[in-house]
Write a protein that binds this ligand. Structure first.
Ligand code: ADP
Ligand code: MG
Length: 388
C-alpha cells in the first residue's frame, strides 16, 4: 500500500526531498455509547482499516492537499497564512483545523507541505474517519517539524479541539483517543471523566468482530446529537440540585433511581437513564471480558442496543432490522448499534464458524426488508496512529 501511494504522490507532486508516510486507524466502539460527553466510560478499539498520509515539507508556506478518496477535487491549495474554515475547503477543513489548533498551542508550523491522503474507512458511517484524519495530521506535523512535548493523548485532544472549534462538531474525546492510543488485539477502557484508561485484551479465540454498514445516514444525526447533549446537560444540572456529582457517569443505578425525580421532564429522564445505565453496563462488560465471559459481554452489548433504541432514541429502522436479524442468528454472541446513531454501522461478535452464514443471511434479508445493500467488515483490532 505504502509503495503504491508514494508512487502516486510522486506522480502528482514530483520527485525529490524526504517523503514520509503515516497511518492512523479508524475505530469501533464495542460498548459505552453516548457516555463520553457524560463523564462515563467507553470501550473502543482501533481498527486495521484507516487513513494513510504521504507527506513532504515544502520551502514556502503553501500547503497542497490531495485525497485519493476525493480525487475529483484534484489538488487543493492553501497556505499556512490561511488556516480558517471555509465551506469550499471541503474535506481539507479537517487537516487545516488540526494545524490551526497546533499553532494555537504555540507550535508554529515553519513551512508548508505537500500531502496525499488515502483512506480505507467508509466516510460518515460511524467508524471515525474524521478523527482518523485529524490524529494523522497532528502526528505527521509533530514528527515532520520535531515538535517536542506533544504526546499521543495531546494529539487526541488537539484533534477533538479542532473538530469542536474549527469544524463545529461537538464530539467527545472517545474517537480521537481510540485512534491515537489504540493497541493491537486490545480495546481501551477509558474513563472520560479524567482520561484514565486501561487496555483489555480482546483476543477472541472463537469469535470475530463483524461490522455491518447499513449504508444509510439520516440527516437527523447532527441536530439530534446536539439535542441529546443538551438534554443530558440539563438533566445533570437538575440532579446537581440534589446530589453532588460532576457528570452522569458518577451515579450508580441505585443512586439514579433515588434521585431521578429531580429531572422534571420524562424524556430527559430517559436520556439520563441511558447515560447512567450504559456507563455501568460498560464497567460490567469489561469485567466480564477480563474474566473470560464473552457471552455476558454479548448480552450487555444487546442491552446497550435496547437502551439506545428505547431510552436514548438514536437508532433507526434500518439499524434495528440489522440488529434484530443478528439477534436471531445462531452463533451471534452480541450485536448493537455503534457510533452516533441514525444509521451508520452495527457491531457484532460472531462465532468463527457462523461468520459466513451471518454475512449471507443479513445481507439478503436486509436487502429484502429495506432495499439497501449492507456492507460487512470482519475486522482486526490494530495499533494506534504511527509512522509507517
Ligand atoms: P465519520 O467520522 O463517522 O467517518 P464524519 O462525517 O465525521 O464521518 O467525517 C467524514 C469526513 O471526514 C469526510 O466527509 C471528509 O471530509 C473527511 N475524511 C475522512 N476520510 C477522508 C479521506 N480519506 N480523504 C479526505 N477526507 C476524508
Ligand atoms: Mg467523525
Amino acid at each position: 500500500m505504502k509503495a503504491k501511494l508514494i508512487e502516486k504522490f510522486v506522480s502528482i507532486y514530483g520527485e525529490g526531498g524526504e517523503i514520509r508516510s503515516f497511518f492512523s486507524p479508524g475505530r469501533v466502539n464495542l460498548i459505552g455509547e453516548h457516555t463520553d460527553y457524560n463523564g462515563g466510560h467507553v470501550f473502543p478499539c482501533a481498527l486495521s482499516i484507516g487513513t494513510y498520509m504521504i507527506v513532504r515539507k515544502r520551502e514556502d508556506r503553501t500547503i497542497r492537499f490531495y485525497s485519493e478518496n476525493f480525487s475529483k477535487l484534484g489538488v487543493i491549495e492553501t497556505s499556512l497564512d490561511d488556516l480558517v474554515y471555509s465551506e469550499k475547503a471541503g474535506w481539507t477543513n479537517y487537516p487545516k483545523g488540526v494545524m490551526w489548533a497546533m499553532e494555537g498551542r504555540g507550535y508554529k508550523i515553519p513551512t508548508g507541505m505537500d500531502i496525499l491522503i488515502y483512506g480505507t474507512i467508509p466516510n460518515g458511517s460511524g467508524l471515525s474517519s474524521s478523527a482518523s484524519l485529524e490524529v494523522l495530521t497532528g502526528l505527521a506535523v509533530r514528527d515532520l517539524f520535531g515538535f517536542e512535548g506533544i504526546s499521543m493523548i495531546d494529539l487526541a485532544l488537539i484533534g477533538q479541539y479542532s473538530e469542536n472549534n474549527f469544524n463545529g462538531c461537538n464530539c467527545g474525546i472517545m474517537d480521537q483517543f481510540a485512534v491515537a492510543m489504540g493497541k493491537k488485539d486490545h480495546a481501551i477502557f477509558l474513563d472520560t471523566s479524567d482520561l484514565s484508561y486501561e487496555y483489555a485484551s480482546v483476543k477472541l479465540e472463537n469469535a470475530k468482530i463483524v461490522i455491518t454498514n447499513s449504508k444509510v445516514k439520516h440527516s437527523l444525526v447532527d441536530s439530534a446529537y446536539n439535542d441529546r447533549r443538551n438534554e443530558c446537560e440539563t438533566a445533570l444540572k437538575e440532579l446537581q440540585t440534589v446530589v453532588d456529582i460532576k457528570g452522569l457517569g458518577d451515579l450508580s443505578e441505585e443512586e439514579f433511581e433515588k434521585y431521578k425525580d429531580a429531572i422534571k421532564d420524562p424524556v430527559r429522564q430517559k436520556r439520563a437513564h441511558h447515560a447512567v445505565y450504559e456507563n455501568q453496563r460498560t464497567i460490567q462488560a469489561v469485567a466480564a471480558l477480563n474474566a473470560g465471559d464473552v457471552e455476558k459481554f454479548g448480552k450487555l452489548m444487546n442491552a446497550s442496543h435496547v437502551s439506545l433504541r428505547d431510552d436514548y432514541e438514536v437508532s433507526c429502522e434500518e439499524i434495528d432490522v440489522l440488529v434484530d436479524l443478528a439477534w436471531e442468528t445462531e452463533g451471534v454472541i452480541g450485536s448493537r448499534i455503534t457510533g452516533g446513531g441514525f444509521g451508520g454501522c452495527t457491531v457484532s461478535i460472531v462465532k468463527n464458524d457462523a461468520v459466513d452464514h451471518f454475512i449471507d443471511k443479513l445481507g439478503k434479508a436486509y436487502k429484502e426488508k429495506t432495499g439497501h445493500e449492507a456492507e460487512f467488515y470482519v475486522v482486526e483490532i490494530g495499533d494506534g496512529a504511527k509512522e509507517i
